[in-house]
Design a protein around this ligand. Structure first.
Ligand code: ZN
Length: 285
């Protein structure tokens, strides 16, 4: 749970390649090295800001120059296999407007993780917004390319909403033996309860729609229009989805599911990131 120093993104200055041009829904992500964000973000910012270049010379003391435009990294928990679940804040983590993007919950849906990690975190911060980004809450599934976590649980059936039911054992939709039985789910429940985002956008594939499952209808409609995806009400038998849990737990806030197409290009992913930045601005109180 400890906050890590801002300078840790300067520790591995190895240039890495841009992501490949197209990633299929069922394909493996291009890059599963989970520290690459540090380097990519550094390189981008180094190209943009003199302060970053100055910092690269090792002359910057921790926390002294990046409060306004830097990234804050936090490890919010660990997966079944012990992999860190990371959250990044673009902008001021103490801003009262909190907006969160959940990149990936299902390991075989790579687009959201790539949008979060490679696109959103390279954008400029939004004034007065703490824009939190969780590239993946399922790092084991991401590495394995599976929907479920390493224990075979569908994390989007495992959240502790009152309508949770035990279901689907042995399938891709296994709810787990009890609500929040999985460490990944518990990490998110803890973190969301702490920061209580006004808006949560949870990215999935491949249904090409924006779901309405509680909270503000205007949020669904805004995203539907901006992303050119129809509004849908995705039927999930039983509860346990992240959005259903959050919308019940925090009735004045909104968690929405965005289902992207089965396959996305880098340009499409960048467009989605830009829409989310605009939305974060729009959702400021
Ligand atoms: Zn999904």
């Amino acid at each position: 749970m400890a906050w890590e120093g801002r300078l840790d993104r300067f520790t591995g200055l190895v240039p890495i390649l841009e992501p490949m041009d197209s990633i299929d829904f069922n394909g493996r992500p291009d890059d599963t090295g989970d520290d690459s964000i540090d380097r990519r973000t550094f390189l981008t910012r180094a190209g943009l800001t003199g302060a970053a270049a100055f910092a690269a010379g090792g002359l910057l003391l921790p926390g002294s120059a990046f409060a306004a435009d830097g990234l804050t990294k936090r490890v919010i928990g660990h997966s079944t296999k012990g992999r860190a679940i990371k959250a990044w804040c673009l902008g001021d983590p103490n801003a009262k407007n909190v907006y969160l993007v959940m990149g990936q919950m299902h390991g075989d849906e790579p687009a959201g993780r790539l949008i979060a990690r490679d696109r959103l975190l390279n954008k400029d911060p939004v004034k007065d917004v703490a824009l939190w980004v969780v590239p993946t809450m399922n790092p084991d599934g991401s590495i394995r390319g599976t929907r479920v976590n390493a224990r075979g649980v569908d994390l989007n059936r495992n959240f502790p909403s009152p309508t949770w039911v035990k279901q689907g054992k042995g399938t891709r939709y296994w709810s787990g033996p009890r609500p929040a039985s999985e460490p990944e789910t518990r990490a998110i429940v803890r973190f969301f309860s702490e920061i209580q985002p006004r808006t949560i956008v949870s990215i999935h594939q491949p249904l090409s729609s924006v779901d309405f499952s509680g909270g503000s209808k205007a949020v669904t409609q805004w995203l539907s229009k901006a992303l050119n995806l129809p509004v849908a009400h995705i039927q999930v038998s039983g509860g346990g989805t992240m959005t259903s849990w959050y919308n019940r737990e925090y009735p004045k806030k909104t968690a929405v599911t965005v289902e992207l197409p089965p396959s996305t290009t880098p340009q499409y992913r960048n467009n989605v990131a830009e829409v989310l930045i605009r939305h974060a601005k729009q959702r400021r109180k």
